[in-house]
Design a protein around this ligand. Structure first.
Ligand SMILES: [Zn+2]
Length: 270
């Protein structure tokens, strides 16, 4: 599943190809992904892409007439292609540009989204309850500690809650908690401010490293063959249950929390 770093690398990858380009055509091949694709998107023709922003895992293409929102769901990818590239299976949506290129969304599982907002995007229900961006200054020392006060929810579930902070998906929650030495089952309200500050730094580092690595290892976003892949990262705990901890060699353990896999070192994390 694409996580925040993949979406950010996608944003960085597509931006130079679409910025200041005028939309010449919109192709909707599948009327409904996670939600119906609004027909009003066709009215984008003639408008110029002013910027490509990201909020959580939503890509936001800004136009003077509104905002096009794209979400990759569970399995989506976006490529910049030559506009007349033959359509492949699961190619649901194209934004064709006057420079002869197109943004093409492919999504086998169809949990992605293509939406159009003419109102100010931040006012939309989809985004308004989201917590801060983990790489922003808003996500700072004291933030998690204050949010966690009296919370009796396990720290891993707490971190993965988009209303607390966005973009800390399952892989990154596992990795950050290992690096901070915190058991995923520890109740959020019982963690010290110092530990939370350490965790804040680690979350920023882990995500920034993934974005940096993604920028160098991802396939070109303009390749017509093969899609930009998701990152194959060097992970310390995720996917390594039963294997020795890289720090102390104790066998890593795995439990289920909120129906997601949590892998941890029973010796290094407390
Ligand atoms: Zn260990």
């Amino acid at each position: 599943m694409p996580e925040l770093p993949e979406v950010e690398v996608c944003r960085l990858g597509i931006t130079p190809h679409v910025i200041n380009q005028t939309v010449s055509k919109v192709n909707i091949r599948t009327p409904k992904l996670r939600w119906p694709i609004p027909k009003e998107i066709k009215e984008l023709v003639g408008y110029k892409v002013l910027s490509v922003d990201r909020r959580s895992k939503y890509l936001l293409l800004r136009f003077s007439s509104g905002t096009l929102l794209l979400h990759l769901g569970m399995s989506g990818t976006i490529r910049v292609i030559v506009a007349n590239t033959p359509v492949a299976k699961h190619d649901h949506f194209d934004l064709v540009l006057a420079n002869g290129k197109a943004l093409r969304l492919n999504d086998p599982r169809r949990f992605g989204a293509v939406l159009w907002f003419t109102d100010h995007i931040d006012e939309q229900g989809l985004l308004e309850r989201l917590g801060p961006e983990p790489l922003s200054e808003e996500f700072n020392y004291g933030y998690l500690f204050n949010k966690a006060k009296n919370r009796k929810v396990p720290i891993k579930t707490f971190l993965m809650n988009n209303q607390i902070v966005v973009g800390v998906g399952n892989i990154y929650a596992n990795e950050a908690l290992f690096q901070a030495g915190i058991l995923p089952t520890t109740l959020a309200g019982e963690i010290s401010e110092n530990k939370f500050n350490l965790l804040t730094d680690i979350i920023k580092d882990v995500l920034a490293a993934a974005i940096k690595q993604g920028g160098t290892t991802l396939k070109d976003f303009t390749q017509a063959d093969g899609k930009p892949g998701y990152f194959a990262q060097s992970l310390m705990v995720y996917g390594r249950a039963g294997q020795p901890c890289i720090t102390c060699k104790t066998a890593l353990e795995e439990i289920r929390q909120a129906n997601r896999s949590s892998v941890f070192c029973p010796s290094c994390q407390s």
